[in-house]
Structures are given as C-alpha cells and as structure tokens.
Design a protein around this ligand. Structure first.
Ligand SMILES: [Zn+2]
Length: 237
C-alpha cells in the first residue's frame, strides 16, 4: 500500500491510502475537501472511500463537499453528529474499505472524544487524535482510565506497526517528553531526528508502536492517576 500525507490547516495530515500508485485513494479524516480535491486532481485519480476517526470538524468538514464530487462509502464511528456516514462501526468490526483489498479492524479508542475509533490493518494504524508521536490527544470528552485503556490497546499492537496520526505535533510533544523524562536517551535522540526531518520539510510521521513505547511518556503512565497528572501538566506546558 502507498500512503501519502496531504497537508491541511496548520498541522493536520489527511492520509491518502492507495493499493498502488495511480489507483483511487482512500482518504482518512478529510477536515478540508480543498487540499484533497487538489491532490486527487494533481494525481489524476478518483476518490475510493473515506475513513473517519471522530467527530471533530478538522477531521470531518470535508466529507459532504467530497461527496458532492464522488459517490463513495464513508466509514466512521456510531455518532449521528457526523454527517455523510454510510457505515457506522464499533469495536471489533472488520471491513474492507472500498478501493483496498486489506481487511481493517476497528478499535474503539475513547478518551480524546467518546466516539473515537482507530483503524488497524496488519502493519498500519490510523489513530486520529488518540495516540500522537511522543504524546496523545487532549482529553476533551473521556476519562483518564478510559484514555489510558485506549492507549494501552494500541500499545499492544505489533511493535513494527506504523502509526499514522493526524497532527504534526511531534516536536512540541518531544519537548514535553524531555521535561517529563529527562533521563530518557531515546527522547533526546528523537528530538534530534525530528528537528532534522522538519528542517528538511519532511513529516515526522509515521511513527511506530516500538518507537512510541520508547519515547511516549503517556504510554509509560503506570496508572490512570499518573496519566491524568501528565495530561494536566501537558495541557499547561
Ligand atoms: Zn480531535
């Protein structure tokens, strides 16, 4: 599979998944239809289907405008707030997105929002605003035990799984991680790597589960209380 980031807003990545170059693309979390349409036109390809992780506008606002151009399936969580969904998914559901041949499994990952789901297929994870590289999403709707349980589900995926999250927050997350774990050499090494990638205008993503297990302080929280303390500290950092 070929996975391409389409930049949107200040720091969002809308991921495009294709079985091979030139094939119709599956688009993950189109918060804005304009960069997606421009990219499809530039590649001279069609839209195959859309995956949605949660209801926030910067993940969903492009759905209805894209449906005006392409009649395609839209897979997302069971949340009536999200407009344009054709298939509502819950934990453990599996499906083959239109345009691909691989089966994806749905993992419910509440915490950032209550409706948040992540999409997993062997080797790849699309986790929206749940797990970021060296961080995690803000806890808008869920509780600390819920969010930590969601992160732990993702942390149990095979170590080599590539992690595609929605935001380029890695450098800021690593600054916090370095403050939270000043003696963790993996975090210092990652800071250097990410600063080189960003200087070269390359995304810091995808990450991997193995990398996150070594650099992500939120995956190191021993219990929900520790997780909540970290999250509160990061919110003000
Ligand atoms: Zn969000």
């Amino acid at each position: 599979m070929l996975i391409t980031p389409i930049s949107a807003f200040d720091d969002n990545y809308i991921w495009a998944i294709q079985p091979v170059a030139g094939a119709p693309a599956v688009i993950v979390d189109p918060g804005d239809h304009r960069p997606v349409l421009a990219w499809l036109e530039q590649q001279d390809i069609e839209l195959a289907s859309i995956l949605i992780t949660h209801h926030h506008w910067d993940h969903t606002d492009g759905v209805l405008p894209l449906l005006e151009h392409f009649k395609v399936p839209v897979y997302g969580p069971r949340n009536p707030v999200i407009k344009g969904l054709s298939t509502q998914l819950a934990d453990g559901d599996s499906f083959i997105p239109e345009g691909l041949e691989q089966r994806f499994t749905v993992i419910e990952t509440p915490g950032h929002t209550l409706d948040h789901i992540s999409f997993y297929t062997p080797g790849l994870l699309f986790c929206g605003d749940t797990l970021f590289s060296a961080g995690c999403g803000r806890m808008f709707e869920g509780t600390a035990p819920q969010f930590l349980a969601s992160l732990r589900k993702l942390a149990e995926l095979p170590a080599s799984t590539a992690v595609y999250c929605t935001h380029e927050y890695t450098a800021a997350n690593l600054r916090f991680a370095a403050a939270a774990e000043p003696d963790n050499p993996s975090i210092q090494k990652a800071q250097q790597e990410v600063s080189n990638w960003r200087r070269d205008h390359k995304p810091s993503l995808p990450s991997s589960i193995a990398r996150e297990l070594s650099i992500n302080p939120f995956l190191h929280a021993r219990n929900a209380e520790e997780f909540a303390q970290l999250r509160q500290w990061k919110d003000k950092f």
